[in-house]
Design a protein around this ligand. Structure first.
Ligand code: PPS
Length: 295
């Protein structure tokens, strides 16, 4: 395992115009020769949009509903995070070495930084999008607890940076729209966190159809039960408590924090909300799909 000594909140670095966590920029460079396999499945999201939740669902599907097998390793080993490197935790490349086909892969990369091989091999993508307000609040709390990020500053300044796209992985607005557009030329199942929250059975059926698998009704029910927020929060193989505390400090904010839709209302002021809505209308003008910031 690679050990990097400089762990404390390095500044973001620019990669092709995208601000990136320093370690993940290194990880992205290491991906230059990454070879995708045609039977890979890529879970793609802007950060804090439900990646871990859908990764857990997919691993259970790939293990034919055998929950015991899903306890074999932490989620970042079962679904390697392609661009990930961080002090004291196996990198995405290391996790990949122990992963047999058919592989589940995770990324947050915007298309400008995605390894070309994933597109060339027509690797199936499940993209999960979440409304921007809940993402911003979740991301702020994640910045506070995960020290690979720079100091987020105040909530107000973080929100400004989120709107400007100067947070890690860049613009939420661009990310959700460019992956939506990719559906025209590439096999992408585009899901919404809010839909999964509202009706997990309907969304899991969509996933099963997309990956070309079927499972008995009672297995689907068991997947739903095992992947509730409450269950995943107490599952050490899903809740990221296995990573060193100097990487993620769950005493500051748990990785499994709230798991709800509409939590932004507890953080946004009325003025922030008005400003955000006006900016949002401008950035998302012409976008032909709708986000729900409450259900
Ligand atoms: S990461 O670090 O970007 O990969 O994070 P990601 O997994 O995409 O998103 C973390 C948020 O998802 C919530 N979460 C869930 N919500 C509902 N049900 C389940 N099972 C679930 N698992 C994770 C998690 O709590 C984070 O959202 P917030 O709003 O911070 O609680």
């Amino acid at each position: 395992m690679e050990l990097v000594q400089d762990t404390t909140r390095p500044s973001l670095v620019d990669m092709k115009g995208i601000p990136m966590i320093k370690y993940f920029a290194e990880g992205t460079r290491l991906l230059q020769d990454f070879q995708a396999w045609p039977d890979d499945l890529l879970v793609s999201t802007y950060p804090k949009s439900g990646t871990t939740w859908v990764s857990e669902i997919l691993d259970i599907i790939y293990q034919d509903g055998d929950l015991q097998k899903c306890r074999r390793a932490p989620i970042y080993m079962r679904v390697p995070f392609l661009e990930f490197t961080s002090p004291g935790v196996p990198s995405g490349r290391e996790a990949l070495e122990n992963t047999a086909a058919p592989r589940l892969l995770k990324t947050h990369l915007p298309l400008a930084l995605l390894p070309q091989s994933l597109l060339d091999q027509k690797v199936k993508v499940i993209y999960i999008a979440r409304n921007a307000k809940d993402v911003a609040v979740s991301y702020y709390n994640f910045y506070l607890m995960a020290k690979v990020h720079p100091d987020p500053g105040t909530w107000d300044s973080f929100l400004e940076n989120f709107m400007k796209g100067t947070v890690s992985y860049g613009s939420w607005y661009q990310h959700v729209q460019e992956w939506w557009e990719l559906r025209r030329t590439h096999p992408v199942l585009y899901l919404f966190y809010e839909d999964l929250k509202e009706n997990p059975k309907r969304e899991i059926r969509k996933i099963l159809e997309f990956v070309g698998r079927s499972l008995p009704e009672k297995t689907i029910d068991s997947i739903i039960q095992h992947t509730t927020f409450k269950e995943m929060k107490k599952n050490p193989m899903a809740n990221y408590t296995t990573v060193p505390p100097d990487f993620m400090d769950h005493n500051v904010s748990a990785f499994m924090r709230k798991g709800t839709t509409g939590d932004w209302k507890n953080t946004f002021t009325v003025a922030q909300n008005e400003r955000f809505d006006a900016h949002y209308a401008d950035k998302m003008a012409g976008c032909n799909f709708i986000f729900r910031s409450e259900i």
